[in-house]
Design a protein around this ligand. Structure first.
Ligand SMILES: Cc1cc2nc3c(=O)[nH]c(=O)nc-3n(C[C@H](O)[C@H](O)[C@H](O)COP(=O)(O)OP(=O)(O)OC[C@H]3O[C@@H](n4cnc5c(N)ncnc54)[C@H](O)[C@@H]3O)c2cc1C
Ligand code: FES
Length: 258
């Protein structure tokens, strides 16, 4: 199931944020928006567990796919040092992705920080929909892929917590303002839990279809170890489901945020 993908390029997008292009026929031809790859970062014990990273986009004809990641610790620092031609041990595409919209539907994506990455792939694969993108970052220096989102969406609103780029304040502010006037058919969100909770609550109150992509530390990434569970509603009851296999994308009204 695991295989080597070869590094085609490793580009620094901003301080501590990188885009890695990898060659893999399997992933470039089989991945869907919202799915991820689980990457072995080296042979050492610290990085024995693979690191999950969302698929940013695929390029079918070239047999390549991109991931974008922020350096958080040892594993992602190792990824940031990879060079063209290096082999990377990957498993994927993994997980259940987003439900794509129908032609003519109006959709919104709401992303925060590294949560924006799976949303670009979703926008690029949602041909025929009217697309609004709300992206939030801590500051202007962390704003990445702006041009790509501008191309992929019909409307793009960027906000930063410190106001150094775009609107000042949390991304949920312009999104909630938008909801006062518009009723999108589908909303998709990925990012910090407090942001996703606000988006999910607003959509649930209005009966708007909403999917959230959950982030969790993972062990195996393939459904065997139960490290990644979250609580999902089932009628009047709930059950643990695995983010790696039953998600990472869930319907917003089903998730019990902890
Ligand atoms: C389904 C999924 C998709 C993801 N997609 C992306 C992506 O596209 N780009 C990206 O930059 N990151 C993504 N992540 C997060 C990424 O997996 C972690 O940043 C990475 O595992 C950190 O590894 P590390 O060895 O560098 O840091 P570690 O030393 O393992 O951790 C450093 C710190 O990072 C934080 N952290 C680690 N793992 C997670 C996690 N899973 N969720 C939240 N915080 C974590 C913790 O605060 C931790 O203390 C995704 C996670 C999941 C579950
Ligand atoms: S990470 Fe092992 S079950 Fe999800």
């Amino acid at each position: 199931m695991n295989f080597n993908a070869v590094v085609v390029k490793n580009e620094k997008l901003a301080e501590n944020i990188y885009l890695l292009r990898l060659k893999s026929e399997k992933i470039s031809h089989n991945a869907a928006p919202g799915q991820f790859v689980n990457i072995k970062c080296c042979d050492g014990l610290d990085t024995y567990l693979r690191r999950p990273v969302s698929i940013l986009r695929t390029h079918g004809p070239e047999n390549t796919f991109d991931i974008a990641f922020m350096v958080r610790g040892k594993g992602t620092r190792i990824l940031s040092c990879l060079k063209e031609g290096d082999a990377v041990d990957c498993i994927g595409p993994l997980g259940r992705g987003f439900t794509l919209p129908e032609k003519g539907e109006r959709i919104c994506v709401v992303g925060g920080g590294i949560g924006i990455f799976p949303l670009l792939y979703l926008l690029e694969k949602s041909a025929g929909a009217y697309k609004a993108a709300f992206l939030g970052f801590r500051s202007g220096g962390l704003v990445v892929l702006g041009k790509d989102f501008e191309k992929a969406a019909d409307q793009l609103i960027i906000s930063t917590d410190d106001g150094s780029f775009g609107e000042k304040g949390p991304v949920t502010t312009p999104f909630l303002k938008y909801l006062e006037k518009e009723r999108p058919d589908r909303v998709y969100t990925c990012g910090p839990a407090p942001m996703m909770i606000k988006v999910a609550d607003a959509c649930n109150e209005r009966g708007i279809f909403c999917e959230v992509s959950m982030e969790q530390r993972m062990g195996c990434g393939i459904g065997a170890c139960l490290v990644c569970v979250c609580r999902i509603k089932h009628n009047d009851d709930w059950a643990y489901e695995r983010i790696c296999r039953d998600g990472p994308v869930f319907r917003a009204e089903e998730v019990i945020f902890e």
